[in-house]
Design a binder for this molecule. Structure first.
Ligand code: F6P
Length: 472
C-alpha cells in the first residue's frame, strides 16, 4: 500500500534525558501539534530528529525501537550538526530573515555547509524508507534543500513541500548569499504550499526575479518539470480541543484555577519563547492598560505561559532576560498583597491544563510581530464551548487573513493594544458570542484534516497534470 512519509526537522515526540533515563514527551510548536493528529493513519511514517543528542549506538537503537511503535523514524543529529545546522543556519540565519528580523541574522559559510550536509542526511533517511509509490511530504525551513535532493535520487517520486513560517519579500530573501540554491531546492517538489496568498506571492516573485522563471496562475515551468504553488491555511484538530475543553478533567482544573484567582478576570498569553511572538511588546501593552485604565488594577491578570525554546541561540537568551525583567518590574510596580498582575510560567503545560486555561480565559492576547499562521489563536477558539471570550490577534499573523471576527491589532501600537484590551474586557456578552460563533464555524470547517486532504488532493492533481503534459 502506498504510504505518506512525513519529513520534518523535529519529530512530534521529543526525547529527553532525565535522572530516570530517557523520557518521551509531545513536542512543542505548531507543526508537531498540528500534524500530530493525522500521521498515525494508515501505514504513514514520520521521519525527523528526536530533539536531543544521542551518540551511544545502544541508546540510539532504544530510541528508534520506541519511536517505531508510534510510526516514527529518528534522524540523529551530532552535536556539531545541532550547533551549525539547527541553531546555526536554520535558527540564526533563515528564521530571522524569513521573519523580517534581518538585523539578527548571521551569515556563516560553515553553517551553510552544515545545512547542506544535514539536508543530505535527512535525504538518505527518507530514501532508506520510501518505496517508489510512497508520497513524500517535506515540512518547513530547516529542509528547503531536501525536495531537490530527493528528486535527483528519485526523478518520478511524488514530493510535496509545505512552509510553516512566512515567506519573506524578495527584497529580504536576496540578502541571503544562498537564496538561489534555496529556491532551487524547494522547486524539487511537485507542489509547494504556504499558509497565505501573500507568502505564495513573495515566493513566486523571488523565483521569477532570482531564477528567471515566470509563473502562470501559480504554475512554474522549470527546465525539466512543472511545479504547482498554492496557499493552504493550516487548521487544527478542532474536535480534539473542543472535546478536551468540555471534559470533566478540564472542568475540574477550571474550578481549581477559578478558586485560585478569586474572581479576577484573565487575559491569556501562550507562546514558545521567541522574539517573533511579540512577548515584550505584549507586556508593555498590558502595563499600558494598567496605567491608562487604573480601574482594571486588582480586577484583571495576565496569565503568561512561555514555553522554553532554542535556548542556546543568543537572541533567545537575551529575550528571556528581557521578559524576566519586564515581568519583575511590572509586578513590582503594580502588584498588591492580594493581586499579582502577571502570572508568569516558563514551561509547557499538560494538554488538559492547557485547554482548561483556554476555556477559562476572558481574553486571548495573541500579538506576534510575525507569524506564519499561529495555531494558538485557533486552539483558543475551539475550546470556547460557551462562546464567552474575545480573541485579540495581530494583523501580522497568517491567521489574521482568516479570523476577521477577532479584534485585529498592530502589535507594536502599544497604547492602541491597551485600548483594545479594555474594549475586549468590556465587550457585551452578546457580541462575544456572535464573534466567537462565526470564528468557530470557520475553524471547525477548515480543520487540520481538511487541510491535509486539500494538500494531498492537489499534490495528486499536480502529478496527473505533469503526466498529461509529459513534463515528468
Ligand atoms: O512552526 C515553525 C517551527 O519552527 C517548526 O518547524 C518547529 O517544529 C517548531 O516551530 C518549534 O521549533 P523547534 O523545532 O526549533 O523547537
Amino acid at each position: 500500500m502506498a504510504r505518506t512519509i512525513i519529513v520534518s526537522n523535529r519529530l512530534p515526540t521529543k526525547v529527553q534525558r532525565t535522572d530516570d533515563g530517557l523520557t518521551f514527551q509531545p513536542s512543542e510548536g505548531g507543526l508537531a501539534t498540528g500534524l500530530g493528529s493525522i500521521y498515525r493513519a494508515d501505514d504513514n511514517i514520520w521521519v525527523g530528529w528526536p530533539g536531543l543528542f544521542v551518540d551511544d549506538p545502544a541508546e540510539q537503537q532504544h530510541v528508534a525501537d520506541q519511536l517505531r511503535n508510534d510510526s516514527m523514524a529518528p534522524v540523529f543529529l551530532t552535536e556539531t550538526e545541532i550547533r551549525d545546522f539547527y541553531e546555526g543556519f536554520s535558527n540564526s540565519t533563515l528564521w530571522p530573515i524569513f521573519h523580517y528580523f534581518n538585523e539578527y541574522a548571521t551569515f556563516e559559510e560553515a553553517h551553510w555547509e552544515a545545512y547542506v550536509a544535514a539536508n543530505a542526511k535527512f535525504c538518505e533517511a527518507v530514501l532508506a524508507l520510501a518505496g517508489p509509490d510512497d508520497t513524500i511530504w517535506v515540512h518547513d525551513y530547516q529542509l528547503l534543500l531536501l525536495p531537490q535532493m530527493l528528486r535527483r535520487a528519485r526523478p518520478q517520486a511524488t514530493i510535496g513541500f509545505f512552509l510553516h513560517i512566512p515567506f519573506p519579500s524578495y527584497e529580504l530573501l536576496r540578502v541571503l548569499p544562498w537564496s538561489t540554491e534555496l529556491l532551487e531546492g524547494m522547486l524539487g517538489a511537485d507542489l509547494i504550499g504556504f499558509h497565505t496568498f501573500y507568502y505564495m506571492r513573495h515566493f513566486l516573485s523571488a523565483v521569477s526575479n532570482l531564477l528567471g522563471l515566470p509563473n502562470q496562475n501559480g504554475q512554474i515551468e522549470t527546465p525539466s518539470r512543472m511545479v504547482l504553488v498554492d496557499a493552504f491555511p493550516m487548521g487544527i484538530d478542532y474536535e480534539r480541543y473542543a472535546t478536551a475543553a468540555a471534559s470533566e478533567a478540564a472542568l475540574a482544573h477550571i474550578q481549581t484555577f477559578r478558586e485560585a484567582v478569586r474572581g479576577v478576570r484573565m487575559i491569556l498569553s501562550i507562546d514558545r519563547l521567541d522574539y517573533t511572538k511579540g512577548i515584550a511588546q505584549r507586556l508593555r501593552a498590558f502595563e499600558e492598560l494598567l496605567k491608562r485604565y487604573p480601574a482594571w488594577r486588582e480586577q484583571v491578570s495576565l496569565l503568561m505561559l512561555v514555553v522554553p525554546s532554542r535556548d542556546q541561540v543568543t537572541q533567545y537568551q537575551a529575550l528571556k532576560v528581557e521578559v524576566d525583567e519586564l515581568v519583575g518590574r511590572i509586578n513590582a510596580q503594580y502588584g498588591t498583597i492580594a493581586w499579582t498582575p502577571i502570572l508568569y510560567f516558563y514551561r509547557s503545560l499538560p494538554f488538559d491544563q492547557l485547554v482548561a486555561l483556554y476555556r477559562l480565559a476572558d481574553v486571548a492576547l495573541v500579538t506576534p510581530v510575525r507569524d506564519g499562521m499561529n495555531l494558538v489563536a485557533k486552539e483558543y477558539i475551539a475550546c470556547k464551548a460557551d462562546q464567552h471570550g474575545v480573541l485579540i490577534l495581530s494583523e501580522r499573523a497568517g491567521a489574521a487573513q482568516e479570523l476577521s471576527d477577532a479584534l485585529l491589532i498592530n502589535p507594536t501600537a502599544t497604547s492602541k493594544v491597551a485600548d483594545v484590551l479594555h474594549q475586549a474586557l468590556t465587550m457585551p456578552e452578546e457580541e462575544q458570542k456572535s464573534r466567537m460563533s462565526s470564528l468557530q464555524a470557520l475553524v471547525r470547517q477548515y480543520d487540520v484534516f481538511a487541510w491535509t486532504e486539500l494538500f494531498m488532493n492537489r499534490l495528486a492533481y499536480s502529478k496527473i497534470k505533469q503526466l498529461t503534459l509529459g513534463t515528468d
